[in-house]
Write a protein that binds this ligand. Structure first.
Ligand code: SF4
Length: 348
């Protein structure tokens, strides 16, 4: 099995991401341009993973780790600098025109901020019917039926009572349910949700997460969840990928990654999750400082400036992804690859 490949539910991958890279060039002054100097934000630096049909993966990490940029590339909202995104056997990076439009019907993104997701001048019905019109559902009756069904499925009932409402007449929780309904109305096969409940009060989050989980199961949706909140990922995802500075540093079945983290960064992240058992002692892994700039990436292992276990080799060489078995991979010299990295230095 290739490193980063996850076939957790026995189905073939619907989505396979191969060595995905996204660099955003920075605009520089005229003198710097004349001197040929160029800088870029290295947002995503060689990400690979796969998700089986009907499966779910969570991309977790601190702000700036590249998880949202990765999600936007999966939907072709950002063009990758390099790499492949294989969706149902086809590289979507190459799609144009009608083929790209057809892909967009099958793959949807659920946005983070429900308050900025709708035109304030459109009724809820119009906001949900618009994608159907764009994707060729010509029958008004069929559009009405599908809008009704989507609202009903996300527990906005009676669905017809929401048709003529405007966004400002709904609570944040109701509005986020409408965001979910809009992403389901085209009956997609793939859904990416970027921090789907982070803008909502804690009191309404659980209900929306339950609805998302139910709908994903009922529709056999393949899902990618983006979140800094590992407890959300633990609840929703079969597989978890921990990202740091644009790389997946650890990947595997969620229970394994959360209960037995291997990478020092994953251990540090897990140690910050509150445990509702005051008696139980927690080991906190100290990591110093903040995430380094994605413009000037650290040499070697990108985590070495903050890692309490950093060795000399970590400053010079990038650890390769190591297959730990049982669908788990980690990028860290503590688990192997150190001797090979040192030998390659001598040979060079
Ligand atoms: Fe820490 Fe080295 Fe492992 Fe990177 S490779 S996480 S610096 S021990």
């Amino acid at each position: 099995m290739a490193v980063g490949r996850v076939v957790s539910n026995g189905h073939e991958p619907l989505l396979e991401v191969r060595d995905l890279v996204k660099h955003f060039p920075l605009k520089r002054g005229m003198l710097a341009n004349l001197a040929g100097e160029s800088e870029a934000v290295h947002a995503v630096n060689g990400v690979s993973f796969s998700v089986p049909r009907g499966g779910s993966i969570g991309l977790a990490g601190e702000s700036g780790c590249g998880k949202s940029t990765t999600a936007k590339m999966l939907l072709r909202l950002f063009e990758p600098t390099s790499g492949q995104i294989i969706f149902d056997g086809q590289d979507i990076v190459t799609l144009k025109g009608a083929e790209l439009k057809a892909f967009r019907r099958r793959a949807q993104l659920m946005f983070q901020n429900p308050y900025e997701s709708f035109s304030p001048r459109f009724t809820i019905f119009r906001s949900l019917a618009e994608p159907l019109l764009i994707h060729g559902v010509k029958s008004a009756d069929e559009r009405t039926r599908r809008v009704w069904q989507a609202l009903n499925d996300v527990n906005l009932q009676p669905a017809e009572s929401f048709f003529q409402k405007f966004p400002h007449q709904l609570s944040g929780g109701q509005l986020q349910r409408v965001v979910l309904a809009r992403s389901l109305v085209l009956e997609p096969e793939f859904l990416a949700a970027d921090e789907p409940v982070s803008m909502l009060d804690v009191s309404v989050r659980a209900g929306i997460l339950n609805t998302m989980k139910e709908q994903a199961a009922q529709r056999n949706l393949t899902t990618v969840y983006i979140s800094h909140d590992l407890s959300l990922i633990q609840y929703l995802c079969e597989t978890t990928a921990i990202m740091y500075l644009g790389q997946i540093v650890e990947l595997g079945p969620t229970a394994g990654v959360i209960n037995e983290p291997q990478h020092p960064y994953t251990k540090a992240l897990i140690s910050t999750i509150p445990i509702p058992e005051p008696e139980r002692k927690k080991t906190t892994i100290p990591i110093e400082g903040g995430v380094p700039s994605a413009i000037n990436l650290p040499s070697g292992c990108p985590f070495h400036p903050r890692c309490p276990y950093a060795m000399d080799i970590c400053k010079r060489k990038v650890p390769p992804p190591l297959d730990l078995g049982q669908g788990r991979t980690v990028r860290c010299f503590l688990y192997g690859g150190k001797d090979e990295a040192e030998k390659s230095e001598v040979a060079a």
